[in-house]
Design a protein around this ligand. Structure first.
Ligand SMILES: Cc1cc2nc3c(=O)[nH]c(=O)nc-3n(C[C@H](O)[C@H](O)[C@H](O)COP(=O)(O)OP(=O)(O)OC[C@H]3O[C@@H](n4cnc5c(N)ncnc54)[C@H](O)[C@@H]3O)c2cc1C
Length: 502
C-alpha cells in the first residue's frame, strides 16, 4: 500500500464498507480511514443493563440544538458504524418512494432515478447482506429481479399469535427482511439484536459482511482510530488533493486520486462545511448551498401494547411489520407510514427510560406486552439543518409531517386494541436518536440545486464522491441501510465502468 493510495474511503459504515466491497476486486489501492475501533467481543455486548441503563457504548459526544443546549446523540463511531447496533431490517424503499408523493404536510419529491434503475443493486445488496425474507405478503413490496437468498426469520409463538390476529382483522403483516443469522445470534446469548452491538455473532452489518469481503483483497487496508479533519481542494478549488486526519492525536495526510466520503449524514456534511476555502467559501460541494440542509430522521415512536391475558415469552420478537397505512391512511388520504416490531423490550430496557420504577415491576409489564415501532416520512426541508460552529455540531431539525405520524400512532393503537390489547402506550423518539439521519448532501440532476449527481459524485469536485445516508433525496418511511448499500454498489460499478478506480 503506497502512502498515497488510489482511493481513500472515509468511514466504514454501510456506505463506506459496501463501496469498498464493490471496488475491492478492481485492484485499486484502497485505504479506509475509520475514526473508531473494532467493537470487541465483551460481556457488555449482551448485557442490557450495561447498554440501556449505563450507556456503556454511547459515545461521549455532544451536539448542540440551534439556539439551545447540548445533547448526547446516539451516533456510533466504530468499525461498521451505526450498523453494528442496527435492527438489521434490510428493506427496499417502495417503488412509489421514488416518485413525487403528496403528504399531509408537503410533497416528498421524486428521486432523480426511478426504482427500476436501482433495482439490480437492491438485489445485489440483499445477496451480499444475506437477507432473510419472503415476497408476496406485503402489497407494497416492489418488484424483485432476484428472490431473497434465505427464508424469513420465524415468528416466535407469542408473536405468531399477534400476527394471526392482525391478519384476521384485515391487515397484511409481512415477514421483515432481516440480516440476521438467528441461530448464531441466539447461540451466544438469548437477547434481541436491536440496539445491541454485534461482534461477529450473526448480525449482517457493515463490518461482518461488506468490510470482511473487501479486506479479503490485499489491496484494501483499514486504518482505525483515524478521524478525518479536513479535505483540502487544489488551488483552483476543484480536485480534492489532500485528506487530513488525526490518528490517535497525530496528524497525517494522504493524497489519493479518488476520495469517497462515507462518514454518515451528519459527519459527512460537517466535514464538507469545515473544508471551506477561498474558492469554496461555504464549504466543499456546496455551490447549491444544500450541504447540511434537508436533514431528515424519520418521525418515529415506540408503541407498547399490553394485555393481562397475553403472555410474551419471546426472545427477539422482531419478525414482522405491516404497510397497510404506507401508501395511504387506509381511507384514500395521504400516506402515514410503516409499522414494524421492535426487538423485545425487557424490564431492563424499560428501566433505561423509567429509572424510578423497579425492574421487577417493569419485567412484569414486559411479560404481558408486545412492542412496535411506528415510522413516518420526514420530508426534506431546507431549514432542517446540520451546521458547523467552530468545533461544535449544531442541529436544527425541522420536523415535517408530524401530524401524519400522530395519526399513524393513533391508527396503530386502534388496530392493537382491536387485536385484544386494551392498554397501548406510545413514546416518540427525539433528536437524541438520530438513527435514520439522512439527506444532508443530496443527489440530484442539477448542480444549482443538489451537491451530488446521480452517481453520488460532487458536481463541483470531479474526484469526490459522497456515499452514505447523506445522498438520500427522501427518507421514505422504511429503514435506510439497504438503500444506502444498493446505491454504494451501483456507484462502485459506475466508478469501475468509468475507469476512475486506478
Ligand atoms: C440503534 C439503531 C438501529 C437501527 N436499525 C436499523 C435497521 O434496522 N435498518 C436500517 O436500515 N437502518 C437501521 N439503522 C440505521 C442504519 O444503521 C444507518 O442508516 C446506517 O448505518 C448509515 O450508514 P452510513 O454509512 O450512512 O453511516 P454510519 O453508519 O454513521 O457510518 C459512518 C462511519 O464513518 C465513521 N466516521 C465518522 N466521522 C468520521 C471522520 N471524520 N473520519 C473518519 N471516519 C469517520 C464512523 O465512525 C462510522 O464508522 C439503525 C441505527 C441505529 C443507531
Amino acid at each position: 500500500m503506497s502512502a498515497s493510495p488510489d482511493i481513500v474511503i472515509i468511514g466504514s459504515g454501510i456506505g463506506g464498507a459496501t463501496i469498498a466491497a464493490g471496488l475491492a476486486s478492481s485492484g485499486a489501492n484502497i485505504l479506509i480511514l475509520e475514526a473508531g475501533d473494532h467493537i470487541a467481543d465483551l460481556p457488555e455486548n449482551r448485557d442490557q443493563r450495561a447498554i440501556f441503563q449505563r450507556g456503556h457504548f454511547r459515545p461521549k459526544e455532544f451536539w448542540y440544538e440551534h439556539g439551545g443546549g447540548a445533547f448526547n446523540p446516539g451516533n456510533y463511531y466504530n468499525v461498521g458504524g451505526n450498523s453494528k447496533f442496527f435492527g438489521a431490517v434490510l428493506v427496499r424503499y417502495r417503488a412509489e418512494d421514488f416518485v413525487e408523493m403528496k403528504h399531509r404536510e408537503g410533497v416528498s419529491p421524486a428521486w432523480p432515478i426511478p426504482y427500476d434503475e436501482l433495482e439490480p443493486w437492491y438485489s445485489a445488496a440483499e445477496q451480499m447482506y444475506q437477507v432473510r425474507g419472503r415476497q408476496g405478503e406485503d402489497p407494497t413490496e416492489p418488484v424483485h429481479s432476484t428472490p431473497y437468498p434465505f427464508p424469513p426469520v420465524p415468528d416466535e409463538p407469542a408473536v405468531a399469535k399477534v400476527r394471526a390476529r392482525l391478519k384476521q382483522n384485515g391487515l397484511h403483516p409481512f415477514s421483515l427482511p432481516l440480516g440476521i443469522d438467528i441461530d448464531r445470534w441466539l447461540a451466544k446469548a438469548k437477547t434481541p439484536w436491536d440496539a445491541h452491538p454485534n461482534s461477529f455473532d450473526g448480525k449482517m452489518d457493515a463490518e461482518t459482511v461488506a468490510l470482511a469481503l473487501a479486506l479479503q483483497h490485499p489491496n484494501v487496508k483499514l486504518q482505525t482510530g483515524s478521524r478525518v479533519t479536513r479535505l483540502q481542494a487544489a488551488a483552483d478549488g476543484k480536485r480534492v488533493e489532500t485528506v487530513h486526519y488525526l490518528q490517535d492525536g497525530v496528524a497525517g495526510s494522504v493524497s489519493p486520486r479518488l476520495v469517497i466520503l462515507s462518514a454518515g449524514a451528519v459527519q459527512s456534511s460537517v466535514l464538507l462545511l469545515r473544508s471551506a476555502d477561498a474558492r469554496n467559501p461555504t464549504g466543499l460541494a456546496n455551490r447549491s448551498d444544500q450541504v447540511g440542509r434537508n436533514f431528515m430522521n424519520h418521525n418515529s415512536s415506540a408503541v407498547l401494547a399490553m394485555s393481562p391475558r397475553f403472555r410474551n415469552d419471546s426472545v427477539y420478537q422482531k419478525s414482522f411489520g405491516f404497510n397497510d397505512f404506507y401508501l395511504s391512511d387506509g381511507q384514500g388520504g395521504p400516506p402515514l407510514g410503516n409499522v414494524q416490531l421492535l426487538g423485545r423490550v425487557s424490564g431492563k430496557i424499560l428501566k433505561g427510560n423509567l429509572p424510578k420504577i423497579p425492574e421487577w415491576l417493569l419485567d412484569r409489564v414486559s411479560s404481558h406486552a408486545i412492542d412496535f415501532y411506528a415510522m413516518s416520512e420526514d420530508i426534506p426541508h431546507p431549514e432542517s439543518r446540520v451546521m458547523a460552529d467552530g468545533d461544535r455540531i449544531v442541529l436544527k431539525w425541522h420536523r415535517t409531517n408530524w401530524d401524519a405520524h400522530l395519526d399513524l400512532v393513533a391508527k396503530l393503537k386502534g388496530v392493537l386494541k382491536q387485536a385484544g390489547f386494551p392498554i397501548v402506550l406510545s413514546r416518540a423518539f427525539d433528536k437524541r436518536t438520530p438513527s435514520h439521519q439522512c439527506g444532508t448532501v443530496k443527489m440530484g440532476l442539477d448542480a444549482e440545486t443538489a451537491p451530488l449527481d446521480i452517481w453520488c459524485r460532487a458536481f463541483d469536485h470531479p474526484n469526490l464522491f459522497v456515499v452514505d445516508a447523506s445522498f438520500l433525496p427522501t427518507s421514505a418511511a422504511v429503514n435506510p441501510a439497504l438503500t444506502v448499500a444498493a446505491q454504494a454498489l451501483r456507484v462502485a460499478d459506475h466508478i469501475r465502468a468509468a475507469d476512475l478506480a486506478s
